[in-house]
Design a protein. Structure first.
Length: 264
């Protein structure tokens, strides 16, 4: 009996994904209670040895053309069937046909995955629409859960991905997500930034500005920030009071005006 066969049996028999540390612990426990000579060699089996054995096992499965392969998820190792056999398995289990996520659900799920923990308000600031229904659907499918509350006014809930999300997409850690480092650094709109823009566009007297004025002010601010510096243009406007006499008349202007009246 070889260790590679023992590991294969343990992973196959485990009701849930099993980690290398759990496999090594089971092997050592069984070796201590076993009288066979080969068991003495397994008394000090380490998780690192299990990883090496699993790599060899996966290589053997691939070389033999087996429809099975071993993958390590966030909670441990488990057997998977190759995607080439999906049509045959779907014919056997038609009731287990997976439901596809809508583009809106995928976009929301991506924001949670890359920016977690994240509030619903911040998700809506990026997407520009309400995500109440979408968040609820993702929670019903076990892909998203509430991870706590933010230290903000109103204590809004924070959303995070679940272990099922990791298993579903076949990633061991969030760092394994595509372009994780780059996408986490991209600046995105937040609920706080939207609030600040709304406060800046509000009238000084406290009255509520029409939505069209708020949109226009935001558009103007964006254009000003992106455009090149422009030459300042000033307009000289002559202000005439109600009595028809010009304001701030100089003595020279007064004498010239008097002379013109006398000549007339």
């Amino acid at each position: 009996m070889e260790l590679i066969h023992i590991v294969e049996a343990l992973i196959f028999a485990a009701p849930e994904p099993i980690s290398s540390a759990e496999i090594a612990k089971a092997v050592r426990r069984a070796a201590a209670d076993h009288d066979a000579p080969f068991a003495q060699q397994l008394g000090n089996t380490s998780p690192k040895e299990i990883d090496s054995v699993i790599a060899d096992l996966n290589e053997r499965l691939g070389q033999s053309g087996s429809p099975l392969e071993l993958r390590e998820g966030s909670s441990g190792w488990r057997f998977f069937t190759h995607s080439d056999y999906a049509d045959w398995i779907r014919a056997l289990l038609p009731e287990m046909r997976p439901e596809k996520l809508s583009p809106a659900a995928l976009e929301t799920l991506a924001l949670v995955a890359y920016r977690q923990p994240i509030t619903k308000a911040d998700i809506e600031a990026v997407r520009g629409v309400s995500v109440d229904g979408t968040i609820q659907k993702l929670m019903d499918r076990g892909l998203v859960h509430i991870g706590g509350r933010a230290d903000l006014p109103g204590r809004p809930m924070l959303y995070e991905t679940t272990e099922d999300f990791m298993e579903h997409f076949g990633v061991k850690d969030l760092e394994d997500l595509p372009n994780a480092d780059e996408l986490r650094k991209v600046e995105l709109p937040t609920a706080e930034s939207d609030k600040e823009e709304a406060d800046e566009s509000a009238p000084v007297d406290g009255s509520e500005a029409p939505p069209s004025e708020v949109v226009a002010s935001r558009k103007s601010a964006q254009e000003d920030s992106s455009a090149e510096p422009k030459t300042e243009i000033t307009l000289d406007i002559e202000m005439t009071p109600k009595n028809g006499e010009p304001e701030n008349e100089t003595p020279e202007e007064a004498s010239q005006e008097a002379a013109s009246e006398e000549s007339a």
